[in-house]
Design a protein around this ligand. Structure first.
Ligand code: SAM
Length: 275
């Protein structure tokens, strides 16, 4: 086992490498090793597992993933972090590979390999784009084993939302129709340096079996139309979606309902009828 216990504290690494947090890159660093270990544990037992980490920054979460026994591939956009990550790579004796680049451009499947767990504490906008990309994977089961991602609390709540709540919408249906999605951990804003304005939460997502006979593009079109006009009844919002009103009648879903009252299963049944 590699010895990571001799590493200097993260504060010292940040000071020595001049890693003042950049707002433009959405940098809010986590420094508490116990909290970082708890976040790493959200992904399950990582001993001997491959992990793809996006945005390692000075390497706090990376250290926790390595402590958990993972083999880590990490993508970081900020070059200033690379020397600090190289030091960590030395201590990890071959269990850390760092790629300099933009996570939105990287061929992540090729870099991380099938079956990798994805773990990240990312800026909100990048995180949501990547989440949607990972959830819309054409192949299912997808190439990744699980997602453990830090989001603003409000976004985390939209991902795990249940029907009838204000937070329920396209993102909830996308995250739940063939995966399970839970909030695994709430993280107080004061845990970050510098502290962001809002609270955060780690969402854990695992793929489930995909319902049969459903075209994912149809489901996406349907939720887009329904939630695009969320105050309107389905009769109105699905008017422009061919055959949707007939499908509602066949399935016994009342056309005067609003989209947030439909369960994920009802959206799936509708999409199947249109597929
Ligand atoms: N993982 C570290 C932690 O938990 O302390 C840093 C988290 S900080 C919120 C986000 C990190 O993502 C920063 O290091 C930032 O440079 C990096 N980042 C931002 N946009 C990125 C992108 N498009 N591709 C790769 N890394 C990115």
């Amino acid at each position: 086992m590699t010895d990571l216990s001799g590493l200097p504290p993260l504060r010292e690494v940040i000071a020595r490498h001049g890693l003042s947090a950049s707002k433009a890159l959405g940098q809010n660093f986590l420094l508490d090793p116990q909290l970082l270990d708890r976040i790493a544990r959200v992904a399950g037992n990582l001993e001997g597992q491959r992990v793809y980490e996006v945005g390692p920054g000075p390497g706090g979460l990376t250290r926790a993933l390595l402590r958990a026994g993972a083999q880590v591939t990490a993508v970081e956009r900020d070059r200033r972090c690379l020397p600090a990550l190289a030091e960590l790579g030395e201590a990890a004796e071959g269990r850390l590979r760092v790629i300099e680049g933009d996570a939105l451009e990287v061929d992540e499947r090729a870099e991380a390999g099938d079956g990798a767990h994805i773990v990240a504490n990312l800026p909100y906008n990048v995180g949501t784009v990547l989440l949607v990309r990972w959830l819309e994977s054409e192949a299912w089961a997808p190439w990744w084993s699980s997602l453990s991602l830090m989001f603003q609390k409000e976004v985390a709540e939209r991902i795990v939302a249940r029907p009838g709540s204000d937070a329920y919408g396209r993102l909830a249906v996308l995250a739940q129709w063939r995966s399970s999605a839970t909030i695994a951990l709430n993280v107080h804003r004061s845990a970050f340096v510098p502290p962001p304005k809002v609270m955060s939460a780690v969402v854990h997502i695992e793929p489930r079996e995909m319902p049969e006979g459903v075209n994912p593009a149809k489901l996406s079109q349907l939720t887009g139309a329904a939630f695009g006009q969320r105050r309107k009844m389905l009769r109105q919002s699905l008017k422009g979606t061919p055959d949707a009103l007939d499908a509602l009648a066949t399935l016994g879903i009342a056309a005067d309902r609003r989209p947030e009252t439909l369960s994920v299963d009802e959206f799936v049944a509708l999409a199947r009828a249109l597929s």
